[in-house]
Design a protein around this ligand. Structure first.
Ligand code: GDP
Ligand code: IMO
Ligand code: MG
Length: 430
């Protein structure tokens, strides 16, 4: 069968993460044979609610709640084996038995990466992004230094010993140079512990690029689940207040070894307002009192760290970039229900930087520090109800449909999915 018959869909975040990618991935997972993570690690936190039961996922793709799709962790993902084994156990306890495949090329988060993450945050001070302290930046840095440890290595004792020695000693020196911390635990105990993890995870470790290539050739539907969002992307985000991987759709190629040539749909998940965990410029952030109210209503607390999320008005300068850089074929709008009964709503369409209007995300941190949002005021809407999901788009309040149209016009991308609640069934397809 020709590769052109493939059915590839990519789901990405169009903001600062936590847009509802988990919910939208779960929605489409039922019609997919593979659901694949291609970057990031357990800094991600994806909440899926099905029939009243809530599941929090960090490394395993959000397709796992269906029995049939195979859950794939690509080579671009960084894996903390302890966290992964814990997540597998968490699912087992709920009688979910993931059909899991892990790339042999995925890099492994070591205990010293987490230690280094803490030290880095102190070292970077005002330029620190407010990391989740899961070891993300240090593990990707070691990958680029080329002394990283991959999943295949922890199944090969001799190679692992050789590689660990290099990586451990490098990190030991680096840690003592930037902090007064002492690397822990010792090399030998890490070696023994990680060989045990390797034994436990060995049945899942494979060349997933080949597996997915064959799947494409056989016309199987593959769904890619992004983590984080465009403004946290290491290249296209608001650097250095980003994560350390590329969240954009094009990264499925490097992150899994599946060519982007055959992608059919790229869905950008966009919350009807914004939220941000961590530090960095946030032009449309609400003042404290209003922000506190929206945070409580939207339950905006980090899925991974529990930190309160900063919240604000929808920023279309950001979404415009997400449409362009990801090549979005469509947008999934989430959480408009949280804006119900809010009165008039503001939507940012440009930044005013020292008297100049900017329609696109600047690279300059100086400009971001000066950026004042240019707002358009749109009328709000009342309560949304579950029967609207059954009745379809036309049953939504007129002002919400106007909000949808306004976004589409500003960013030149259709909104084809509207999520009006966290549950799988609270979803409207236009
Ligand atoms: P992700 O990181 O993009 O997967 O998003 P998270 O799961 O971290 O955060 C999104 C939160 O919003 C989760 O608690 C979801 O259950 C919830 N959610 C998703 N879509 C909707 C929606 O349309 N309405 C409401 N009220 N909640 C939603
Ligand atoms: P999901 O997939 C929201 C943020 C952190 C911090 C910055 C760097 O759930 O959307 P890191 O630990 O990656 O070095 O932290 O990125 N961050 C997220 N914010 N959602 C996420 O993932 C995030 N993953 C990382 O708060 O500001
Ligand atoms: Mg999240």
């Amino acid at each position: 069968m020709s590769l052109n018959g493939s059915k590839i869909t990519v789901i990405v975040g169009a903001q600062w993460g936590d847009e509802g990618k988990g919910k939208i991935t779960d929605y489409f997972a039922g019609e997919s044979e593979y659901v694949v993570r291609y970057h990031g690690g357990n800094n991600a936190g994806h909440t899926v609610i099905v029939k009243g039961s809530e599941y929090k996922l960090h490394l395993i793709p959000s397709g796992v709640l269906y029995e049939h799709p195979i859950s794939v962790i690509g080579n671009g993902v960084v894996i903390d084996p302890k966290a992964l084994l814990k997540e597998i156990q968490y699912l087992f306890k709920q009688d979910i038995h993931p059909q899991l495949m892990i790339s042999d090329r995925a890099h492994v988060i070591m205990p010293y990466h987490k230690q280094m993450d803490n030290a880095l945050t102190d070292h970077q001070g005002a330029l620190a992004a407010g990391s989740t302290k899961r070891g993300i930046a240090p593990v990707y840095a070691d990958k680029m230094f080329r002394h990283g440890i991959r999943m295949v290595d922890i199944t090969e004792p001799d190679i692992f010993k050789e590689k660990l020695h290099k990586s451990y000693n490098f990190n030991k020196k680096l840690l003592s140079a930037i902090s007064d911390q002492i690397i822990q635990p010792d090399e030998k105990s890490i070696y023994e512990k990680y060989l045990q993890y390797g034994k436990k995870l060995a049945p899942y470790i494979k060349d997933i690029s080949l597996e997915l290539y064959e799947a494409q050739r056989n016309g199987k539907a593959i769904l890619f689940e992004g983590a984080q969002g465009i403004s946290l992307d290491i290249d296209h985000g608001i650097y250095p207040y980003t994560t350390s991987s590329n969240s954009i759709a094009g990264n499925i190629a490097t992150g899994t070894g599946v060519s982007y040539r055959n992608i059919n749909r790229i869905i950008g998940v966009t919350k009807a307002y914004i939220s941000r965990v961590g530090i960095g410029p946030l032009p449309t952030e609400l003042p404290k009192k209003q922000g506190d109210a929206l945070r409580e209503k939207g339950e905006e607390y980090g899925t991974t760290t529990g930190r309160p999320r900063r919240v604000g008005w929808l920023d279309l300068v950001q979404v415009r970039q997400a449409v362009r850089v990801n090549g979005l074929t469509e947008i999934a709008l989430t959480k408009p229900d949280i804006l119900s009964d809010n009165g008039d709503l503001s939507v940012c369409t440009a930044y005013d930087v020292d008297g100049q209007q900017e329609q696109e995300m600047p690279a300059s941190l100086h400009k971001f520090r000066l950026a004042e949002p240019v707002y358009q005021t749109l009328p709000g809407w009342g309560q949304l109800s579950d029967d609207m999901a059954e009745k379809g788009y036309e049953s939504l309040p007129e002002n919400l449909r106007h909000y949808v149209q306004f976004i589409e016009d500003e960013v030149s991308c259709p909104i084809s999915i509207i999520s009006i609640g966290p549950e799988r069934h609270q979803t409207i397809i236009r």
